[in-house]
Design a protein around this ligand. Structure first.
Ligand code: ARG
Length: 279
């Protein structure tokens, strides 16, 4: 275990939950009969942004659009590696219009933007991890999109099959603890039950030292976390996982986004990482 884990400063993109609601149900967490407290959601979201900033990270925001209640889940709009932006093509027709404001934001900021032809939900299913990209499929992002992503970025894409509808996006079942740097594999935390047997075996081969989460911690959105290599911004409900991470020298930073769990989202879902060209 390293003496002291070193954080890397990140640039994040977020979207204020001003129009957040559960108006349709496209994953098992969502129930249209269950009201959302928008004031509470705004409060929780603001503390996430404040916490990132307090830890030295840069946070940019896209203007929220009325009628797009899931737009707060910025992770789904794209995946960005070395300044190249691969924009999403959402599975649900209700979410497809979200691509427009996000793409406009990236263009205004001067990024090169490419669209996915196939169904693809950005960082929800595409997780850059050191020398490769981990890619979920089974519920949303398709294998065809994995192929497009590999072609666009020129990095090896490792397809992983998700099998549990509660973990419909890869970022609900796995997160990167540290991305290794210098071509090293780094490490991840994940819940094995979310994956097909073959995909589980792939993860075991790639990450023999992975942190294995329980179903309980996964259901508390513990794997929908963001790590900067030292601090892990994590759901306070995932106590067991936070203890494991602390034992490995990480610093868990609890941020409660419980209002967003009603839509099937948590910390990582609300956070898009903008990976620019490293100098
Ligand atoms: N209601 C949204 C959906 O089902 C939640 C998205 C959560 N985002 C994520 N990155 N897992 O599409």
């Amino acid at each position: 275990m390293p003496e002291s884990r070193v954080p890397r400063r990140r640039r994040f993109l977020v979207c204020e939950p001003r129009h957040f609601a559960v108006q349709y149900a496209i994953n098992p967490w969502m129930s249209t009969g269950r009201p959302v407290d928008v004031i509470r959601a705004l409060d929780q979201w603001q503390s996430l942004v404040d916490t990132y900033r307090a830890h030295g990270h840069t946070v940019d925001a896209v203007e929220a659009v009325p009628g797009l209640p899931d737009m707060v889940f910025a992770a789904n709009c794209a995946v960005v590696v070395e300044g190249r932006v691969f924009c999403s093509h959402f599975h649900a027709p209700e979410r497809r219009p979200e691509s427009v404001p996000y793409e406009a934001w990236f263009k205004t900021e001067g990024f090169e933007v490419q669209h996915s032809e196939a169904v693809c939900e950005g960082e929800g299913d595409l997780v850059p991890a050191g020398p490769w990209m981990l890619a979920g499929t089974g519920f949303r992002t398709t294998r065809e999109a994995h192929r497009e992503v590999q072609e666009f970025f020129g990095v090896p894409v490792i397809s992983l099959t998700l099998v549990d509808p509660y973990f419909y996006h890869l970022d609900t079942a796995l997160f990167v603890l540290d991305d290794g740097g210098e071509g090293a594999a780094g490490n991840v935390a994940y819940y094995p039950g979310a994956f097909s047997p073959g995909s589980r075996e792939v993860l075991e081969r790639l990450y023999p030292d992975a942190v294995i989460a329980t179903l309980e911690d996964a259901m508390a959105f513990g794997l929908n976390s963001v790590s900067d290599g030292r601090h892990v911004f994590i759901s306070p409900g995932a106590r067991g996982l936070a203890d494991q991470l602390a034992g490995l020298g990480y610093v868990p930073v609890p941020v409660d986004l419980s209002e967003f769990h009603k839509a099937g989202g948590g910390i990582k879902c609300c956070t898009q990482e903008i990976r620019e060209i490293r100098s």
